[in-house]
Design a protein around this ligand. Structure first.
Ligand code: SF4
Ligand code: SF4
Ligand code: SF4
Length: 251
């Protein structure tokens, strides 16, 4: 029952519009969004292997949508396990250096960041002092690439750099509510022109992918080979049906 309520809550959070969404990123190593939508077979392996339970699925329930990380609930801890297990190349198996991950880039909102408010504007935000003190800098302290991806300007307040990999741990831990003072702008996800996040658009993506199948890299599968591979995969102890995919491809 609690699981169902959580899923319903996340479904509502996903929203139904095509608005740009922050803090929703593909797992590390995801190929560009169009190819990702064609290659990801929703086999669940990345979700199952993730030791931090960072990956969830789009759509209601756990059986339909593609995987993504919702950093307001849980960031990616860059262990790289999901990349290694992806069977179709939707996540780059060769990616093993966390510094080369590009899930997105974090951006701080100085209007609500406790540290920026206190130091730049000499404002003490409501309740913040009693909870955490004025110099928060939580994002800096939790960043796995501290002093590269995020710096403390003047040794006092956080500034994100281009080395940020978009893991979203800073978003997860940022204490401001109801809105986080730091967000990850995702790479190739949740954008109107790419729309991969929304599983309801998967059909058009599959069609586009089929018509541009020749552009896919050698290590990825397509057409009959991809379908053959899908039928061989046993992700949860029993054979998946891939009904959604088959319907999408009009097979
Ligand atoms: S890299 Fe590790 S922590 Fe991040 S989503 Fe993949 S399995 Fe989870
Ligand atoms: S964790 Fe949030 S409030 Fe704290 S310094 Fe970072 S962005 Fe600002
Ligand atoms: S600033 Fe650090 S913790 Fe935040 S998304 Fe970038 S790499 Fe991850």
């Amino acid at each position: 029952m609690i699981k169902l309520l959580k899923e319903a809550l996340e479904y509502l959070r996903q929203g139904t519009s095509d608005d740009y969404k922050v803090n929703r990123m593909r797992p590390p190593g995801a190929v560009d969004e169009r190819r990702f939508m064609a290659l990801c077979i929703r086999c669940n392996r990345c979700l199952e292997v993730c030791p931090y339970h960072s990956i969830v699925r789009a759509g209601f329930g756990t059986k339909i949508g593609t995987p993504y990380v919702y950093s307001e609930s849980k960031g990616c801890y860059l262990c790289m396990a999901c990349c290694r297990l992806c069977p179709t190349g939707a996540l780059d198996r060769a990616l093993n250096n966390p510094e080369h991950v590009r899930m997105g880039k974090a951006k701080i909102d100085p209007r609500i960041c406790y540290s920026h408010l206190f130091l730049e504007h000499d404002v003490l935000p409501d309740e913040s002092l009693t909870k955490i003190g004025a110099l928060c800098n939580t994002c800096y302290n939790v960043c796995p690439l501290k002093d590269a991806a995020i710096l403390l300007k003047d040794n006092l307040y956080p500034v994100v750099t281009d080395a940020c990999v978009g893991c979203g741990i800073c978003v997860e831990r940022c204490p401001t509510r109801p809105t986080r003072a730091i967000h990850v702008i995702p790479t190739g996800m949740g954008r109107v022109d790419e729309a991969g996040f929304y599983f309801r658009k998967a059909q058009s993506h599959f069609e586009k992918s089929r018509s541009s199948g020749g552009q896919q890299a050698d290590q990825t599968l397509s057409g009959e080979k991809l379908l053959d591979q899908k039928f061989k995969i046993d992700a949860s102890g029993k054979q998946p049906t891939f009904e959604f995919l088959m319907k999408s491809l009009h097979l």
